[in-house]
Design a protein around this ligand. Structure first.
Ligand SMILES: *Cc1c(COP(=O)(O)O)cnc(C)c1O
Length: 429
């Protein structure tokens, strides 16, 4: 009998088999070759038979050329930062495909000349918020703040209430970002109380702008007072409002959440917001307001470093122009409908021998928005041990652990994913 090592198939032979060729076109030659080499090595050491090289390589190949894959959001947190915040609408996904190749992001197709980057997105923003004279889009909310602080207050002062010196998450502190631009903070008031006169006293020749920051993820209750935008607009320097989660108009279900239209009507000169929070779009930072201020931001050298790519611009425009976003849909659902979905899923799982039970639950907005707002929801309760297995499954499912149970909350999960969810649970039962 010949040495089995001599029967290990050659790399070119393995790469030439139809299934492996298909994998090469999906994943690229280098990645597939590495996996094939490792299967050949296992055959040489006798760990697998030479005939098993192709199947071993195929089963070791990743599904996609990226480690990022779909995770079903069963946490009941509508905007989960670790899951990429807002899921995009079908219209936005379609726009991503359209822009993925070469596209007219900086070309005026009428004249054939170079045009302003993302002009149609700015138009869509201004159509959505007529109260804004001009708009500009950057990489995210933090970039929008950094641009405003650099262009309007570098070497000067930003007047900010001590009660609005916010940490958003993952150690991101707005005051530290502001100081990193070379602006100085002029703190006014105390942690719990600030008055209009505190701001007025702080304003002087060194003032770059007054800043209002929405305390996105906490509330101060008790002996507390803050100054609304409307009471600050009379003071001379520009008034910048970081509203956080990006509502363009008031939302009936979220009465305490600030929105761009109202904030501008109240007298803010510039509004800053994130597009991937309640607006339900891709990650981007929105700057809306006075034309002369937006023009200064757009012309600043830093703007180039903070600009977003064609994919973001395409998805953002489709979000603004297109149908209701998944986030907006999620905010509209009523508990009875969610409970019916939970009961259907629980019944199917019970039929498959899984210990599952539907029950009411409470969802939250998340993403640093609407703190304290409870959204009536429904969930499927499973035994605790499911959580880890679901997370490792395909597609992965992120559940919520509550009082020793693994809860699959349906508030953040589009109804068209219910079947996938049932299959994912069944696969790890
Ligand atoms: C979320 C948030 C930010 C940061 O926005 P990113 O888009 O995450 O960079 C800034 N300010 C407020 C008030 C926020 O809620």
């Amino acid at each position: 009998m010949a040495d089995p090592r001599r029967r290990v198939p050659a790399t070119d032979g393995v790469l030439g088999t139809p299934q492996v060729r298909a994998a090469v076109s999906r994943l690229g030659r280098d990645l597939v070759k590495r996996v094939v080499h490792s299967a050949q090595q296992r055959a040489r050491t006798g760990e697998i038979a030479p005939e098993q090289v192709v199947e071993t390589a195929l089963s070791a190949l990743p599904e996609a050329a990226t480690g990022m894959r779909e995770v079903l959001n069963a946490t009941g947190v509508l905007l989960h930062t670790n899951l990429g915040r807002a899921p995009l609408s079908d219209a936005a996904v379609e726009a991503l495909r359209g822009a993925a190749g070469t596209t007219n992001v900086e070309l005026d197709l009428g004249t054939g000349r170079r045009g302003p980057r993302g002009a149609s997105v700015v138009e869509a923003l201004l159509d959505a918020v007529p109260a804004a004279e001009a708009a500009h889009v950057v990489n995210n909310g933090a970039a929008a703040l950094a641009l405003a602080a650099t262009a309007l207050a570098q070497g000067r002062e930003i007047v900010l209430s001590r009660g609005e010196m916010v940490e958003i998450g993952d150690g991101f502190r707005i005051p530290e970002l502001l100081c990193s631009t070379g602006a100085r903070l002029r703190e006014v008031g105390t942690t719990n109380r600030v008055r209009p006169a505190d701001y007025a006293d702080a304003v002087g020749p060194d003032t770059g702008f007054l800043l209002k920051v929405h305390p996105s993820n906490f509330v101060i209750t008790g002996f507390a007072a803050s100054v609304p935008v409307s009471e600050l607009s009379g003071l001379a320097p520009p008034l910048v409002a970081d509203i956080g989660s990006g509502l363009l108009h008031p939302h009936p279900a979220l009465p305490d959440e600030p929105d761009a239209t109202t904030t501008l009507a109240d007298g803010a000169d510039l509004v800053i917001a994130s597009a991937d929070k309640l607006l339900g779009g891709p990650q981007a930072g929105l700057l809306l307001g006075r034309a002369d201020i937006v023009q200064r931001l757009r012309r600043h050298p830093l703007a180039r470093a903070l600009r977003c790519g064609k994919l973001t611009l395409a998805a953002l425009e489709a979000t603004l122009r297109g149908p209701r976003t998944p986030v907006a849909e999620a905010l509209r659902q009523d508990q009875a409908t969610l409970l019916r979905r939970a009961e259907r899923i629980a019944a199917e799982l019970t039929g498959a021998g899984v210990l599952a039970r539907a029950r009411p639950s409470t969802a939250t907005v998340g993403g640093g928005g609407a703190p304290g707002v409870e959204l009536p929801s429904a969930a499927v309760a499973l035994p605790h041990g499911f959580a880890g297995r679901l997370r490792a499954g395909r597609p992965a499912v992120l559940a919520r652990i509550e009082r020793g149970e693994c809860l699959l909350d349906l508030a953040a999960l589009p109804a068209d994913r219910d079947r996938t969810l049932v299959a994912a649970v069944g696969a790890v039962a």
